[in-house]
Design a protein around this ligand. Sequence first.
Ligand SMILES: Nc1ncnc2c1ncn2[C@@H]1O[C@H](COP(=O)(O)OP(=O)(O)OP(=O)(O)O)[C@@H](O)[C@H]1O
Ligand SMILES: O=P(O)(O)OC[C@H]1O[C@](O)(CO)[C@@H](O)[C@@H]1O
Ligand SMILES: [Mg+2]
Length: 531
Amino acid sequence: MHSVTHAASIGAFKLSSDKNRDRKTGNRNSRKPEVKLTHRSPVMAVSESQPKVVTGDHGYVLEDVPHLTDYITDLPTYPNPLQDNPAYAVVEQYFVDMDDTIAQKIVVHANSPRGTHFRRAGPRQKVYFKSDDVHACIVTCGGLCPGLNTVIREIVGSLHDMYGVKRIEGIEGGYRGFYSRNTIPLTPKAVNGIHKRGGTIIGTSRGGYDNKKIVNSIEDRGINQVYIIGGDGTQKGASAIYEEVRRRGLKVAVVGIPKTIDNDIPVIDQSFGFDTAVEEAQRAINAAHVEAESNENCIGLVKLMGRNSGFIAMYATLASRDVDCCLIPESSFYLEGPGGLFEYVEQRIKENGHMVIVVAEGAGQDLVAESLRTNDDKDASGNKLLNDVGLWLSQKIKEHFKKQTEMEFNLKYIDPTYMIRAVPSNASDNVYCTLLAQSAVHGAMAGYTGFTVGPVHGRECYLPFYRITEKQNKVVITDRMWARMLSSTNQPSFLNTKDIIESIMDEAPPTQLLDDQLADNSLVTKEATVC
Ligand SMILES: Nc1ncnc2c1ncn2[C@@H]1O[C@H](COP(=O)(O)OP(=O)(O)OP(=O)(O)O)[C@@H](O)[C@H]1O
Ligand SMILES: O=P(O)(O)OC[C@H]1O[C@](O)(CO)[C@@H](O)[C@@H]1O
Ligand SMILES: [Mg+2]
């Protein structure tokens, strides 16, 4: 077992210490106190959580996720109700073997070490919550993404149909809803059919993160399973909620479900909604192509989402085959001179009479900022507000053609940014969302906490929060996918040596633990921790 010291236990149940706190605002007030039992259990010494790393033979490393038993002693277990569920009981080996782990790297050489692994998601034979005791909540934070409603629906469905859980609430309007809004009861009936709608039925927001108030609200409401759906910012917040829950010794499973239209969450194969967004982007690209083809010397310019990562633009370009140039944040470009964008645009228009450009919203921000001298404004969550590269580029291309060429010239700018994320998820994203939700629920019921769920090489895994918050997933411009994209458009690569070196540096996985690093880590054990 990993090294967590035992300490004097706190009474199994104790009266809420925060009984005078206003449930809506999280502030103390003079309302008549409601006497209730909290879900505190005997806890071990309150320690900051440390990565749980287990090593095995031949360089095997398991980067495990926390479990409630890491800090609470004597937790009772119960047989998993799924064993009596007619739909699942017939499936042989339905329960996941406790030793099942998924390799992070699957391209290996004969003498490669076995490398980093993650715990496989899925139902366990014993669970740490009695169905009647579960009080779950779901919150959605950050920008919209196709599939949010599907994940909500499937969490409710999984809790209810698989585990017989009846108390599930939606936290309204993102993190701040924990302490400033009422909750929305989520029943199978209430969520039936919501997967056919875009958006999130419980609302979302940026900013408003107050760790103490959020955990006070969780504690006051007696919530013991928290499902947090959101992007990189949200998952950082979820990680801090888990730490606070742990510090207070609460029997509360904190589970993250990664959401991002930008596909910028690392480690996992792909984020839900991305597939739908790429599909939806085709409509804008097709429109740009039709306009460009039908007008003389015409450029169709489409701006797509992608703040720091250009995956939507790259995949939409590759899928379309009508695009002549794709610009993303990871690959800097320049306008003037040999090999620059203007030269290429002129050449394409002369050769073909039309062209389509796809630009990710985060591309060329250094150039736009230089030319517009804008402020460093941020949104409520602290994300840098971007300049409109699409408008800027349209303007620059128009100016160039007016000044430098005699050509009659047209440019049609299409900005479908919100349209690609406000749509309902497509069929494949719906299935993906179902797997994510079921895996999240199985993990919480099995007592795991402080984790995010996601597929690694097609298998659902439980990932420690730090693994998905430590960096953003970016398009690697020295990788074959970007090369495929370049060869499909024939655009200049705009690459210089500095970009190539930076890209190669970015590619090295920062927490791919090496044996010599592990030797110094006091939490590393030589046998797997079985919970
Ligand atoms: N480092 C952080 N620690 C705690 N909370 C955070 C942190 N960063 C962001 N948050 C909170 O998480 C929520 C969502 O963050 P943000 O608006 O950045 O969206 P996101 O989850 O990254 O999703 P996306 O960027 O894909 O829309 C906000 O309520 C924000 O206050
Ligand atoms: O305008 P909003 O709602 O803050 O969201 C815009 C951002 O959200 C995302 O869709 C996801 O982070 C980005 O692509 C985009 O920059
Ligand atoms: Mg984000």
